[in-house]
Ligand binder design. Structure first.
Ligand SMILES: *Cc1c(COP(=O)(O)O)cnc(C)c1O
Length: 354
């Protein structure tokens, strides 16, 4: 099909890179000079192109707008000390995009198309990959339905786009999370495992209620019984209790994070005991109450590791131990940063030079 299809490049007249203050980058508000776009029509991806970043023109009847037939990915590019650009496990984003695609009746984006589009775009905008410690270029691929049709049916036309945005040194403040036992994010047979637009739309209201109570984020529980911990916002969650690293299994209701897999892989490599198993709310609440939680943190591309400072459950609020004393999560954060920026040997073959 499109194995060797050519990507047409239409460069910006004038780069806006000079407007970027690398010392002070606002999160996801500034976009790089170029974007990648391809159109799916007549059963294939065509018209592969890189254009100046600019608004799209769409029919008001575009099916993605009405029915949320839309999926996305999230990843980052980093610079190493030689100024070369490194991606972290991009093939895993490509395959996860297609897992999401199948669930939403969106056509597959062949991995070769995904990787070609990504590398061409990042090469062209490589000056947008900041090189200061902790900074990166956030990459947002997405695919959405563009049928001009307000009947509900699988679409026949789609756009695959990639936009990128430089992000600043992301010191994530330790977060206060509330275990949500009323609203649900996902349920067996649903779309929890897909990075599907609607999942995030549906999470906003429960998260807002928790924010009104003073929490930063929710920890979702299973939709059926609310007795098992699932994940948080756009992060998987992990606990260390009795020196064991514990996290919920990546079942159909949990987004299978690439950071999650990376942290588990490093933990096993370091000889740590790892348990991927159902984690009950009761177990976590009891461990929080008795002080048995040694570490608690979220894992995802945005922050890599987001420390959990406190956990709320119903009327109780548990302050956890001091973040600075958490050996594993602090160490795995710097290990991952060092791998992603090429400062230590990439012993798992995770980095990809653009
Ligand atoms: C993207 C995402 C994650 C984290 O995945 P990474 O590949 O580690 O960035 C976790 N949970 C949800 C719901 C997500 O959307």
């Amino acid at each position: 099909m499109i194995e060797t299809a050519e990507i047409k490049i239409n460069r910006v007249g004038q780069s806006s890179i000079s407007e970027l203050d690398v010392e002070n980058i606002p999160f996801a508000r500034i976009y790089s000079d170029h974007m990648f776009i391809a159109d799916y029509k007549d059963g294939e991806w065509q018209d592969l192109r890189i254009e100046p970043y600019q608004p799209l023109s769409l029919s008001p009847a575009t099916s993605a707008i009405h029915y949320g037939i839309s999926i996305f990915e999230g990843m980052k590019a980093y610079k190493n000390q030689e100024g070369e650009v490194l991606l972290f496990r991009p093939n895993d984003n490509a395959s996860r995009l297609n897992i999401s695609a199948e669930r939403m009746c969106i056509p597959e984006v062949p991995e070769s198309l995904f990787m070609d589009a990504l590398t061409e775009l990042i090469r062209l905008d490589s000056q947008w990959v900041p090189n200061k410690q902790g900074t990166a270029l956030y990459i947002r691929p997405c695919v959405f339905a563009t049928d001009e049709y307000i009947g509900i049916k699988p679409s026949e036309n789609f756009k695959f786009m990639i936009i990128t945005s430089p992000v600043g040194a992301y010191y994530s403040k330790p977060v206060n999370v509330k275990i949500e036992t009323h609203f649900s994010r996902a349920f067996e047979g649903g779309t929890g495992y897909a990075k599907a637009a609607g999942n995030y739309a549906a999470s906003l209201y429960p998260a807002k209620l928790a924010q009104d109570e003073g929490y930063d984020q929710l920890i979702w529980t299973d939709g059926k019984t609310h007795q098992y911990i699932e994940e948080s916002g756009t992060m998987n969650v992990m606990f260390i209790i009795d020196d064991k690293l514990i996290t919920a299994p990546a079942s159909g209701t949990i987004l299978k994070g690439i950071t999650r897999d990376s942290v588990l892989t490093i933990a096993r490599d370091w000889g740590m005991e790892v348990e991927e198993r159902p984690v009950s709310v009761k177990e976590i609440v009891e461990a929080a109450r008795s002080g048995a939680i040694q570490e608690a943190f979220g894992v995802g591309t945005a922050a890599t590791i987001a420390q959990i400072a406190a956990i709320g459950h119903e009327d109780e609020h548990f302050q956890l131990n001091d973040v600075a004393s958490r050996k594993f999560s602090n160490k795995v954060l710097s290990e991952l940063d060092n791998i992603k920026t090429g400062q230590i040997e990439d012993r798992f073959g995770w980095t990809y030079k653009v």
